[in-house]
Every structure is written in C-alpha cells, then in structure tokens.
Design a protein around this ligand. Structure first.
Ligand code: NAD
Length: 480
C-alpha cells in the first residue's frame, strides 16, 4: 500500500488514523490516507499565517516564479501524474493525459502570468483629490475541492489564491487525494516557501469542517455538492468570511430543428458521457424540438450504444469506472427511480464486457431515458453520472420554460443556426454559462460559475483574482 501524507509547513506529516483509497476500476485499495483532524488544521493554519507576511510582501514576479516552476515540474511528470489520476478516479487514461494534467499545469501558468498583468484602479476627482484602489491579499484562505476533476480543480483554486499573495490551506477530496499529495512534493521541489501551501487530507466533516470554522481563515473557495456548500455557508457566513461556492448542476442541452444535426449529436454524446457524466457541466436534460424528436433520439441512442466502457488504460474506452462503489450505487438508485417514475430506458442495461481484473470495478453503461416529465425527480435532482433524459419541446418559449425549470443554474447548451434565437435564448437562460453550438470550450479568462443552487460568485480570470483580494480605496488629498 502506498502512503499518502499531509503537507504542512513544507514537511510531510503522517497521522494515527487512516482510511483506504480504492482504485475504482478494480475495487482494490491501493493507498492509505491519513485522516486529518482539528490538530492538523491548527498546525496548517499556524504555518500559513506565519508564512503570509513574507509571501504577500513579494513582488508579483517573485511569487510567480515558484508557481511557474510547479507547472514545469507537472509537465515533466505529466505521464506519471496522468496514470495516478486515472488510477485514483477510474476515468480513462487518455482523458487524464489530454485534459486533467495539462489543465492543472495551465492553471498555474495562467494565474502566475495573470498576476504580473494585474492593474489597480485610480479615480481622480477634482484637482488635488485622487482615489487609489489597492488590492490586498486576504491572508490565509481555504480551498476545498471535489473528486471529479481532482488536480484540475485543486489547482484552479490554489493558483489564483497564491498568485494574489494569500497563503493556502487546501483540502482535496478524500476519494481522489493522490495527485494533491504529489502536488505538495512538487511545491517543495519548486521552491515554494514553507507554509505558503499546506495540503490536508481526510473527510469533509473532520478536516473540512474545522478548516471552514477556523477563525483565522479569511475566505473559503469551495467546489462540490450543493448540500455541502449550504453546510459550509451556514458556518462561514455568520463569521463574515468571503465565500466562493461552485456547486451542483442539472444542465439543459437544447436542440432546435435548424441545428447542425451531426454536430449536435456528436456534442450531445460527449456532453452527456465524458468523464462518465461526472462533470458539473455535463448536459443531463436533453430537450429536442418535437418535429425532430424521434430522428434525433434514434440517432443519439444508436451512438450511445456504440460507446465503449472499459479499463481506464484501454485507449478504446470512452468511459472508465465511476469514482466509487457508493457513487455507482447512487446512480443505479436513480436509474431505478427513473423506471419507478414511469420512464422508458432506451439504453443502459446492455451487459458489460470487462477484463477480469476489472470485474469488481464500478462500471455501468451510459443510460438514456425518455417519457419523464419535467417535474420528475430524475429531471430535478443532480445524478452526476452517465444518465440523461430526453424531452420534446414545441417552440422557443417552451424550451426556455423547461430549461429554466430547475433549482440549479450552472451551464446550458443551445443548438441552433438562428442567430436571433441564439441571442434571445442566451439572454433568458438562467445559467452562469451558455454554450451556443459548442460545449466545454473554455477560456480561462472568462467568468466561471452558476446561479441559484449552482453557486455564489465566479471563478476564472480577474474574477478569481478579485475574489482572493480585498479592495481598499485610499482617497488622497494632495492639495494641502
Ligand atoms: P462533496 O460536496 O461531497 O465534497 C466536496 C469537498 O468538500 C470534498 O473535499 C469533501 O471532503 C469536502 N466536504 C464535505 N463535507 C464538508 C464539510 N462539512 N465542510 C467542509 N468540507 C466538506 O462533493 P463531491 O461529491 O466531492 O463532488 C461532486 C459535486 O461537486 C457535484 O455536486 C458536482 O456538481 C460538484 N461540482 C461542481 C463544480 C462547479 O464548478 N460548479 C465542479 C465540479 C464538481
């Protein structure tokens, strides 16, 4: 068994209590995770607080240097890290090679360079009076991330926090902790000063809870489920901590009859089932204009049936394993619920053909339902797995009403060649992100996040750097 350690004040820390980390594709434990508690939180926050003045006082390019070095070291170890991420999460190796690890390096590079271009504002008044708006780092901040894009989302928070001059106590998901553990080693090798980044492992309640409640933490940046976000907000808000919450989604994918059908079909398959459907941006409610409903449905289902589910290291596997036995069971329970609610399963129950080493892994076939109305639980609750529903709509007004009939508001997809409709719908969809004739096209400068139960605040670009800094207006009277 491999041994994962906390990273506190530049040193490895072990613990007395451990839990197993399981490889989802085989069901076998392969590493031991230390279960942190209040004591580790205290040590990490103390180290981060001690490191803050010197780190915050460095010129931006001197903070950028170790972050760029970390990105370089990540790229040097890209293949090894891609294998670790695939083993830890069950997702295909081609995906961690192509997306997860390159993007983690890119996050560090992006914010290490962005901070060197950051501008502050000045508002001159009449002669002799000038406002200067300074942007100061907050202090010690907490970054808490989920299991679906482990290193990708971990670095997406840590990079802007550090670049802006904060020191960080970060907690990856206990389900996929391995690459975060390696990131600590990489930070040390890159020369990041001790205490600037601290990485704690363990469960949400035992590590995340005390971290959120710690009085010295100025801000929490959280990505995960909506119920967890609510619990975090209930602790952090009365303490007046700054909060960024990126939470769940139930995203609509709307296909009009004038769309490019081939492209819409290709994209619908990808946006439904990439990463086993375990991306907050996946489109899980597919709305199809009624006059093309049957032809689109049949072509979509035919393509989904062709998708390979298999060993993560097999380059032909479009989908790997779901992240845990618990999560697989949750998705299967939703599949049963969809049947109980009267839905028709168009595909998803075909037998799996897996290598014997994967016989105990957490696999399921991509699953498509129809015949379920918008009020059904399956169309209202986040499943976060390879299960989507199809629903017909008449016209623009009905598509909009169906799409907006959700407690969530993260991302929407819109497939149409009518420019006016694309603008009208984009304006009226209650989501933080709209993709027109595309999906998952990401520019790191753009605001990223959701409305309603999907989130509070935005990540990405200047939004992230604004979140991790406090504006201070200084009004100068230089006429005396
Ligand atoms: P989760 O909420 O169970 O856990 C997320 C993180 O919070 C983990 O590190 C966990 O240990 C920690 N945590 C749990 N309880 C805590 C507590 N009481 N206090 C502090 N920390 C606590 O989410 P998950 O199952 O890991 O991830 C799946 C969810 O994440 C889905 O709902 C998905 O939509 C969401 N997600 C959202 C985005 C986005 O950008 N909006 C991106 C990815 C995933």
């Amino acid at each position: 068994m491999e041994e994962i350690k906390h990273f506190i004040n530049g040193k490895d820390w072990t613990g007395n209590q451990h839990m197993d980390v399981v490889e989802p594709a085989t069901g076998r434990p392969y590493a031991r995770l230390p279960l942190g508690s209040q004591a580790e939180v205290e040590a990490a926050v103390t180290a981060a607080a001690a490191a803050f003045p010197a780190w915050a006082g460095l010129p931006a390019e001197q903070r950028a240097a170790p972050l760029l070095k970390m990105a370089e070291l990540l790229r040097n170890r890209q293949e090894e890290l891609a294998q670790m991420e695939s083993r830890d999460s069950g997702k295909p190796l081609w995906l961690t090679r192509k997306v997860d690890i390159p993007r983690a390096a890119r996050n560090l590079e992006f914010f290490a360079t962005a901070i060197q271009h950051q501008q502050s504002e000045a508002h001159p008044m009449q002669e002799g009076l000038l406002n200067l708006t300074l942007r100061k780092p907050l202090g010690v901040v907490g970054c808490i991330s989920p299991w679906n894009l482990p290193l990708y989302l971990f670095t997406w928070k840590i990079a802007p926090a550090l670049a802006a001059g904060n020191t960080v106590v970060a907690k990856p998901s206990e389900i996929t902790p391995y690459t975060a553990f390696v990131l600590g080693q990489i930070a040390r090798e890159a020369g990041l000063p001790d205490g600037v980044l601290n990485i704690l492992h363990g469960t949400g309640p035992e590590v995340g809870g005390p971290l959120v409640a710690h009085p010295q933490l100025a801000a929490i940046s959280f990505t995960g489920g909506t119920a967890t976000g609510k619990a975090i907000a209930s602790v952090a808000a009365p303490m007046f901590k700054k909060l960024s919450l990126e939470m769940g989604g139930k995203n609509p994918n709307i296909i009009f009859d004038d769309a490019d059908m081939e492209k819409a079909l290709d994209s619908a398959v990808r946006s439904s089932f990439t990463n086993q459907g375990e991306i907050c941006l996946c489109g899980s409610r597919i709305f199809i204009q009624e006059n093309i409903y049957e032809s689109f449905r049949d072509a979509f289902v035919a393509r989904v049936k062709q998708l390979n589910v298999g060993a993560p290291e097999d380059p032909n596997s479009f989908m790997g394993a779901l992240v845990s036995e618990h999560h697989l069971q949750k998705v299967l329970n939703y599949r049963q619920l969809a049947l109980d609610e009267g839905g028709t399963m168009l595909c998803g129950d075909e037998p799996l053909s897996l290598p014997s080493t994967n016989a105990k892994g957490y696999f399921m076939r991509p699953t498509v339902f129809e015949g379920l109305g918008p009020a059904c639980r399956i169309n209202q609750e986040e499943v976060f797995g390879p299960l989507v529903t199809l629903q017909p709509f008449r016209d623009e007004a009905e598509a909009l009403a169906l799409a907006n009939d959700s407690a969530y508001g993260l991302a929407a997809q819109l497939w149409t060649n009518d420019l006016g409709r694309a603008h009208r719908m984009s304006e009226r969809l209650n989501t933080g992100i709209v993709w027109v004739n595309c999906w998952m096209v990401r520019d790191l400068r753009t605001p990223f996040g959701g409305m309603k139960h999907s989130g509070v605040g935005r990540e990405g670009g200047w939004e992230a750097l604004r979140f991790f800094t406090e504006p201070k207006n200084v009004c100068l009277n230089y006429s005396i």
